[in-house]
Design a protein around this ligand. Structure first.
Ligand code: ZN
Length: 445
C-alpha cells in the first residue's frame, strides 16, 4: 500500500480523524456513509461530477505528497493566459511540477479552498486559510494557504509548515564548535535574551526550538507564543496566537508574564511594544527567546534601538544574537571533487586560514555536468545552516550606548571573537557540504 493509498484510506476511516472536514466528504465513494453532510454541501458537490471529483482529489493529494516527499517549502499554483503552472520551491529554488490546461484552474482552486475552509464563491479578494493534512496515523502536514487574485485569475501559494513535530537536535544544525561553545554558555544563563535573526525562510524558529529542547521542561515553566505552532516539545506550553481576534503578541505576552514563566519564547519581535516587553521580561529573571527579521547580528542591535528600546536596557538584557542563513547542500550522490583555481584558493585561505592544515592542495566539491536522478539534476539536496554568533561584551555595550555605527559594532564584535557568517560559509565549503558558488550567491562576494 503506497502513501497515497494510506492517505485515501485515512480519509475514508473517520475514526482516525477527530474532525471531519468538508474536503474529506469528497473522497468518500459510498454516498450512504455521510448523506446528511453531503446534502448540506450540495452546492459544492455540484461543481464536479463524481468521476472528475475523484481524479481531482487524487491530483491534489499527489501535489501535497510530492511536495512533502521532495521537502518543498511551498507550492505555487499560478494561472497564466492559457495554462496553470504548478511549481515547488525546494531549497529556495523553483522546480516545475506540472502544467495544466487553464480549464482546470477553477476546480483546482475550489478544491484547495474547500480543504482550507475558504469561500469558494469569492474571487475578487485575497483569502488566507489553513489545512491540516493527515498523512498516516500520527503524522500530518500543516499548510498555510494564501490566495490572491491576479490578472489571470487566482494565484494560490501553499506554505508547508511542518514536516515533523520534533525539532532537530542542536548537533544536527551544522553549528561549528567556535559558535556552539558560545551558544551553550548562554543557555546556562539565569536570565537574558537570546535572539535568532535572519531573513524570511532562514529557519530561525527551528534553531530556537532546538535550543529550547535543551532545557528540562518538566522542571521549569516554559511557555511560547507562536504563529504558527510548528514544533511541539513535551511539557512546553505552546500558545497559538490568533491574529484574527486582534489580541496582539504584546497583549499575549503581558498575560503570559502573569503565569510566572521561567523561559519564554516569543515567535517574533516586530513592534515597539513587544520589543520593550520582551526586553523588560528578560531583565526580570526570565530567559526570553525570540526572532527578529534582520540581516545580521549587528543590524539587530540597531533594529532594537530603532524600536525605541532604551539602549541601557538592551545592553543589560541581550546575551547573544544568532544570525543565520540557509545554503543549499551539495547532493551527496553526484558532487565532484576538484582543485580550485589559485584565485579561489587564495580567497578561501585568506578568510579561514587558521582552520586549514593543508593550504596548498585544497580540495573542494562542486556540482557535476551529469544527470542525477537523486537531486532532479539540481545538484543540491537539503540545506546547510550558516551562522554568526554575537556575544554582548562590555566593549560592545559601551559602543552601543555611544550610538556607534553598524560598521563600528561589526569591527568590535569580530575583535571580541565573532566569526563572520562569510567565514562560517567558507568553512562549510572546505568541509565539502556546499559549493563556493552557493556561498557567494547566498552571502554576496
Ligand atoms: Zn545529485
Amino acid at each position: 500500500m503506497g502513501i497515497s493509498d494510506v492517505l485515501k484510506s485515512n480519509a475514508h476511516n473517520k475514526t482516525t480523524t477527530s474532525k471531519i472536514r468538508v474536503g474529506d466528504l469528497f473522497s468518500i465513494s459510498d454516498d450512504s456513509n455521510n448523506g446528511d453532510n453531503l446534502d448540506s454541501d450540495m452546492n459544492l458537490r455540484s461543481l464536479w461530477d463524481k468521476k472528475e471529483d475523484t481524479s481531482l482529489i487524487t491530483f491534489v493529494n499527489d501535489i501535497f505528497l510530492n511536495a512533502f516527499k521532495q521537502w518543498a517549502s511551498d507550492i505555487h499554483i499560478e494561472p497564466r493566459t492559457r495554462s496553470v503552472n504548478i511549481r515547488f520551491r525546494i531549497d529556495g529554488n523553483f522546480i516545475a511540477y506540472k502544467t495544466l490546461n487553464i480549464a482546470k484552474k477553477d476546480s483546482l482552486i475550489a478544491r484547495i479552498k474547500i480543504l482550507s475552509y475558504l469561500r469558494i464563491d469569492e474571487h475578487r479578494l485575497p483569502q488566507d486559510g489553513k489545512i491540516n493534512y493527515k498523512l498516516f496515523w500520527g503524522k500530518s502536514i500543516d499548510m498555510r494557504i494564501s490566495i490572491i487574485p491576479t490578472i489571470y485569475g487566482e494565484k494560490c501559494v501553499i506554505r508547508i509548515l511542518k514536516k515533523d513535530d520534533t525539532p532537530p537536535e542542536l548537533k544536527d544544525l551544522w553549528i561549528m564548535p567556535y559558535n556552539m561553545v558560545k551558544i551553550k554558555k548562554h543557555l546556562k544563563d539565569s536570565y537574558g535574551m537570546i535572539l535568532a535573526v535572519g531573513p524570511t525562510w532562514s529557519w530561525k524558529t527551528t534553531t530556537l526550538f532546538s535550543l529550547l529542547s535543551q532545557f528540562n521542561a518538566e522542571e521549569q515553566n516554559i511557555s511560547t507564543l507562536e504563529d504558527p505552532v510548528e514544533y511541539r516539545i513535551p511539557w512546553v506550553n505552546h500558545t497559538q496566537i490568533n491574529p484574527a481576534i486582534s489580541f496582539t503578541f504584546a497583549k499575549w505576552l503581558r498575560s503570559l508574564l502573569r503565569q510566572d514563566p521561567d523561559i519564554i519564547m516569543v515567535w517574533e519581535i516586530r513592534d515597539e511594544e513587544t520589543a520593550k516587553l520582551a526586553v523588560e521580561a528578560s531583565i526580570t529573571w526570565h530567559i526570553v527567546f525570540s526572532t527578529i527579521h534582520t540581516n545580521s547580528a549587528t543590524h539587530t542591535i540597531q533594529r532594537l534601538v530603532n524600536l525605541w528600546v532604551d539602549p541601557l536596557l538592551i545592553s543589560s538584557s541581550l546575551r547573544t544574537i544568532i544570525s543565520q542563513r540557509l545554503a543549499r547542500k551539495l547532493c551527496n550522490d553526484c558532487k565532484q571533487a576538484y582543485n580550485p583555481s589559485p584565485k579561489i584558493r587564495d580567497y578561501i585561505v585568506s578568510k579561514v586560514w587558521k582552520y586549514l592544515k593543508n593550504k596548498e592542495d585544497l580540495v573542494l566539491y562542486k556540482s557535476p555536468d551529469k544527470w542525477c536522478d537523486k537531486c532532479n539534476h539540481t545538484w543540491y539536496k537539503w540545506r546547510v545552516w550558516l551562522y554568526e554568533v554575537l556575544e554582548m561584551t562590555d566593549q560592545l555595550e559601551s559602543l552601543m550606548l555611544k550610538n556607534a555605527s553598524r560598521l563600528q559594532l561589526e569591527i568590535q564584535a569580530v575583535w571580541d571573537g565573532m566569526v563572520p557568517i562569510k567565514e562560517d560559509g567558507l568553512m562549510k565549503v572546505v568541509m565539502w557540504e556546499t559549493s563556493i558558488e552557493e556561498i557567494l550567491s547566498v552571502l554576496g562576494t
